[in-house]
Design a protein around this ligand. Structure first.
Ligand SMILES: CC(=O)SCCNC(=O)CCNC(=O)[C@H](O)C(C)(C)COP(=O)(O)OP(=O)(O)OC[C@H]1O[C@@H](n2cnc3c(N)ncnc32)[C@H](O)[C@@H]1OP(=O)(O)O
Ligand SMILES: O=C([O-])CC(=O)C(=O)O
Length: 368
C-alpha cells in the first residue's frame, strides 16, 4: 500500500516519464538530447540543427537543414484576421500573457485540429516555430502600444528574430550569440513547463492548449521568469560594489536570488551558464565595458561562498539579452519561443504513446 511516506514534496527525484528525447547526466556534465550533448552542439551547431535533432531524430546535413529552414520560413506570417487581435491586448499586459492568448487563438485556425498523428503534430510544430518570432515580438510591441512589425524573409531565422526586436540589421556576432541562446534554451528534460505540457497532452488535448499551459508555467519567476528578474536586479545598481551589497542585503532578508540554484544541478554550475558567461565576455569586449560581467562574477562568488549555490542558465543569459539590445519583457517570451521545439517533441512523444497522468494524494484533512 502507498502511504504518505512515499510522498516527495515537489516530486524531487521522482521519475515522471520514459523518454527518448533528453536526459540531464549531471555526473558526466552532459545535457543529452537524442544521444548528443547539447553543450558540445552549442560549440558549432545552430538552433535549427537541434530543432532537426529533436523533431527528426538526427543532426541534419546541409540539404536537410535548407529544407527545414524553407519549411519553417513558409510560416513567418500569421493569418490576416488574427492581426487585429494584437491590438486588443491590454496595454501593460506582460507579453507572455499576450503570447498565451495568441497561441490559444491559433487553435481556431487549424482545420485539422483533432488530428494528433505523429506527422501532423510535427508539421504543426514547424508551423508554430515559423510563426513564433512574429507572435513573440508583436506581443511585446502591441502591449507597449507600439505598431506591429513585419518579418524580413530574406534574413535567416535568428537574424530576422533579432531584427524584428531591435529594428536594426544585427551584426554576425549578435546573430551568432542570439542563435546560441535559442539553442541553449531549446530543451531540458523535465522542467515544470514540460511536465505541465505532458500532463495536459496526456488527456489527448491538442498542441495549442498544451502549449498554453506550458507558457503559463514558464512565466513564473522560479522557472523561465527568472531571467527577467535577474536583469531587474542588475539594473537596480550600476557598480560591482553596489551589486555585492544588494546580494548580501537580499540574503540577509532571506530572499531568493534569481538566477541561482537548480533542482537538478544544485551543487554545480549549470553547464549552459558557462557558455552564456563566455558570450557575455565577448559582448563586453565588443563594448570595451566589462561592468556587467564583473557585477555578475561578484554575485557568483558571494553565492558560492555564502550559500554553496551556482548560476543557472538565466543568470548570465539576462545580461547577454541586455547587451543584444533586447527589452527586458521579451526575455521570457524568447525562452518560450526557443523551448517550443522541445515542448513539441514531448507533446508528440506523449500523444504517440499515451497513458493519462492521474496520481494520488496523501490525505491530511479532517478524520472521517
Ligand atoms: C532556466 C530555468 O528555469 S532555471 C531556474 C530559474 N529559477 C531561478 O533562478 C529562481 C531561483 N532559484 C530557486 O528558486 C530554486 O533554486 C529552484 C526553484 C530553481 C529550485 O528549487 P528547489 O529544487 O525546490 O530548491 P529549494 O528552493 O528547496 O532550495 C534548497 C535550498 O537552497 C536555497 N536556495 C535555492 N535557490 C536559492 C536562491 N536562488 N537564492 C537563495 N537561496 C536559494 C533554499 O532557500 C533552500 O534552503 P533551505 O534548505 O535552507 O530552506
Ligand atoms: O530544468 C529545469 O528545471 C529548469 C531549466 O533549467 C530549464 O527549463 O531550462
Amino acid at each position: 500500500m502507498r502511504t504518505s511516506e512515499s510522498f516527495v514534496p515537489g516530486l524531487d527525484g521522482v521519475i515522471a516519464a520514459k523518454t527518448e528525447i533528453s536526459f540531464l547526466d549531471v555526473d558526466r556534465e552532459k545535457i543529452v538530447i537524442r544521444g548528443e550533448d547539447l553543450i558540445e552542439l552549442a560549440k558549432d551547431k545552430t538552433y535549427f540543427d537541434v530543432v532537426h535533432l529533436l523533431l527528426e531524430g538526427d543532426v541534419p546535413d546541409q540539404e536537410e537543414k535548407n529544407k527545414l529552414e524553407e519549411n519553417i520560413k513558409g510560416y513567418y506570417s500569421l493569418p490576416d484576421d488574427i492581426l487585429p487581435t494584437f491590438n486588443l491586448l491590454p496595454k501593460g499586459m506582460h507579453p507572455m500573457d499576450g503570447m498565451r492568448t495568441i497561441i490559444s487563438l491559433l487553435a481556431g485556425y487549424d482545420a485539422d485540429i483533432e488530428n494528433r498523428s505523429h506527422n501532423e503534430n510535427k508539421q504543426r510544430a514547424y508551423k508554430l516555430l515559423g510563426q513564433l518570432p512574429f507572435i513573440t515580438v508583436n506581443s511585446y510591441f502591441a502591449t507597449e502600444g507600439k505598431k506591429i512589425v513585419s518579418p524580413d524573409e530574406k534574413l535567416g531565422y535568428s537574424a530576422n528574430f533579432l531584427y524584428m526586436i531591435t529594428g536594426k540589421k544585427p551584426s554576425d556576432l549578435e546573430v551568432e550569440i542570439f542563435d546560441q541562446l535559442l539553442l541553449l534554451y531549446i530543451e531540458h528534460e523535465m522542467p515544470n513547463s514540460t511536465f505541465a505540457a505532458r500532463v495536459i497532452a496526456s488527456t489527448n488535448a491538442d498542441m495549442y492548449g498544451t502549449l498554453t499551459g506550458a507558457i503559463s508555467s514558464l512565466k513564473g519567476n522560479l522557472h523561465g521568469g527568472a531571467n527577467e528578474a535577474v536583469m531587474h536586479m542588475l539594473r537596480e545598481v550600476d557598480t560591482v560594489d553596489g551589486f555585492e551589497a544588494l546580494i548580501r542585503h537580499k540574503l540577509q532578508n532571506k530572499e531568493k536570488i534569481m538566477g541561482f540554484g537548480h533542482r537538478v544541478y544544485m551543487k554545480k554550475m549549470d553547464p549552459r551558464a558557462t557558455i552564456t558567461k563566455e558570450a557575455l565576455r565577448k559582448l563586453c569586449e565588443r563594448d570595451k565595458d566589462y561592468t556587467l560581467l564583473e557585477m555578475c562574477e561578484a554575485g557568483e562568488e558571494i553565492m558560492r561562498e555564502e550559500k554553496g549555490l551556482y548560476p543557472n542558465l538565466d543568470y548570465y543569459a539576462a545580461p547577454v539579452y541586455w547587451k543584444l539590445g533586447i527589452p527586458i519583457p521579451l526575455y521570457t517570451p524568447i525562452f518560450f519561443s526557443a523551448r517550443t521545439a522541445g515542448l513539441a517533441a514531448h507533446i508528440i512523444e506523449q500523444h504517440d504513446n499515451n497513458r493519462i497522468f492521474r496520481p494520488r494524494v496523501a490525505y491530511t484533512g479532517k478524520s472521517y
